[in-house]
Design a protein around this ligand. Sequence first.
Ligand code: PMP
Length: 337
Amino acid sequence: MTAPAQSTAAQSTAATGAADPGAASPAIAALAYHDGEFVPLADARVPVTTQALQYGTGVFEGIRAYAGPDGELRIFRAHDHYLRFLRSCRTLRIDVDRSAEELCELTAELLRRLGTGSDMYIRPLGYKRALMPGTPPGVQLQRVSDALSVNAFRMGSYTKSSGIRCAISSWRRPQAAVLPVRAKITGGYVNNALAVDEAQAGGYDDAILLNSRGHVAEASTSNVFAVVKGQLVTPPATADLLEGITRETVVTLAADLFDTRTSFEDLDRDDLLNADEVFLTGTGAEIVPVNEIAGRSIGSGVPGPLTRSLVSAYQDVVRGQNPSYHHWLQAVGSTTA
Ligand code: PMP
């Protein structure tokens, strides 16, 4: 990781993207977009009767903006994140009444108003708010109003570039017939939180979850890759995982820059234990080497060569150092603060 780690609570909570779902807690930004306007963060509140608070009926994204060596702040793959956000919204019948392009511009405006030149983490949240007048109480998605909030706070890289230790969780990733696993639904993250809690209580940095069929699904807030005989292998979308934008970025960079193909195949626990290298990918976690799983060293127990090459290539891309991928970056522009 080349980005300087900054002092946020995220660093102390987990070594990987495990901090991602709770990322609102270390907020230091003084401003949020809430209910149609930019307001002081302290005023971006919801009533205790909020449906999403009671039933977990919200959806969210985690997006990073990186400061380049030129001092310019750029949002990484904002449009792709907002397309996924809108798909998640559709799943829960949340209408935020904005296009992906409008959400990108709103986010850039928030960052401009925050006036920061540091790496930022952006947290859009779409949620079910209040029962429409005359609607009887109950668990429902229709006849409930919708709301949108976006907040952002300073956050550098927080993963251990020297690698982490993962447990195999006793919690299984829910199958798509139980919960729409391709949507980032707030309530669904109870599963991830339980897995992280169990892993940390056992002295591990993060958890790898198997799906209901016993195959590898993903880690608590990141996708899993194995290096086997010089090729990348990652579980397919049908393994009940969230299809990460970082996962797709890594597949592209591996092919373009390292002539390395990725196969999308079911992985079992011993495929991971026998792999030459294992790493996790996620917006928050970025690319994090896994040195140990369930008490067994992976490869030689230190980050492997392909993992290290991808970590470095990824940092070049997100910081605007590789012109071939400038189309993934949205410049925020100068501050209006
Ligand atoms: N799986 C889960 C459960 C996640 O929360 C995340 C983080 N969004 C990921 C995978 C990785 O997705 P992305 O690379 O798009 O951040």
